[in-house]
Design a protein around this ligand. Structure first.
Ligand code: G3H
Ligand code: ZN
Length: 272
């Protein structure tokens, strides 16, 4: 089922990645300032970075639960089925099972198994068909999801959202990806569940709105906000070589992410 916190309105909802506690704080502050819902995502890679899911998940969940807007807690790009079980037991609102590295039949079987499990917890499940490259250094902007296959995949698995390959690639630091808008429209028409755009850091503002108008409903952005966060820290450290207290350089970085989050959420909601 689709979480009641997934409120798309006339546009799309922004889904942004939490690596550090300060990301969760900034994302919720940005969403509150825009007065729009937000999805806080913790990826399997971020879990590996921390060594376990629970500490960062519970901290993010506490921030989400005290938000003045709907803030959903989502497990992102989980290939590990045991990690999905942990997220369900911790009370996540939504999980993404990423079987995009599997062949079609294996992806159907594993996605259905995870969809059935999530349904028993009343938790939203997103899966991926047609690999969005870039996560492990593989740059595959040429990958495309086939509409007929996507429709059959959703029907066979019973998932709530589908991540599709339409021209983006993960971890781009330039915003010049070329999207296939006709394909997005065709997928939105045929698939029957909300579509998810991954690797959206590589997409310009104008093309993000065009993708939403064509039918994208959840837009995942991570690298772009990391860029904003790190640029601020880099400039704070460069301007004061005596700076040692992390709060002195993380406070402006967190504020910069808050401001950019609010801007992105307004953009994706099509209210600007
Ligand atoms: O699942 C997360 C996203 O697809 C983020 O990708 O870092 O390229 O924005 P990105
Ligand atoms: Zn992704």
């Amino acid at each position: 089922m689709l979480s009641p916190k997934f409120q798309f309105g006339a546009g799309a909802i922004g889904a942004f990645n939490v690596i550090l506690l300060e990301h969760a704080e900034a994302l919720v502050a940005g969403a509150e300032s825009a007065q729009l819902p937000v999805i806080l995502q913790i990826s399997q890679n971020a879990v590996s970075y921390h060594g376990s899911l629970k500490p960062i998940a519970l901290a993010t969940q506490a921030i989400a639960q005290s938000a003045a807007i709907p803030a959903a807690l989502h497990l992102d790009h989980a290939e590990d089925q045991e990690l999905i079980r942990q997220a369900l037991d911790l009370g996540f609102d939504s999980v993404m099972f990423d079987g995009s590295h599997l062949d079609y039949a294996e992806n159907v079987a594993a996605s259905k198994k995870m969809a059935d499990l999530c349904k028993s917890y009343n938790v939203t499940i997103e899966v991926e068909l047609g690999e969005v490259g870039g996560k492990d250094g593989v740059h595959a902007p040429g990958a495309r999801t086939k509409p007929a296959e996507a429709k059959a995949f959703v029907e066979a698995t019973g998932v709530d959202l589908l991540a599709v390959a339409v021209g983006t690639s993960h971890a781009m630091t330039t915003r010049d990806a070329t999207l296939d808008f006709d394909l997005i429209a065709e997928l939105a028409e045929s698939v029957g569940v909300p579509l998810v755009l991954h690797g959206s850091s590589g997409v310009s503002d104008a093309d993000l709105q065009r993708a939403v108008r064509a039918g994208m409903r959840k837009v995942n952005i991570a690298t772009h906000l990391n860029h904003v966060f790190t640029d601020s820290i880099r400039s704070s450290l460069a301007s004061d070589s005596a700076l040692v207290d992390p709060r002195k350089y993380i406070t402006p970085a967190r504020s910069a992410v808050t401001t950019e989050t609010a801007r992105l959420l307004r953009l994706l909601s099509l209210s600007v």
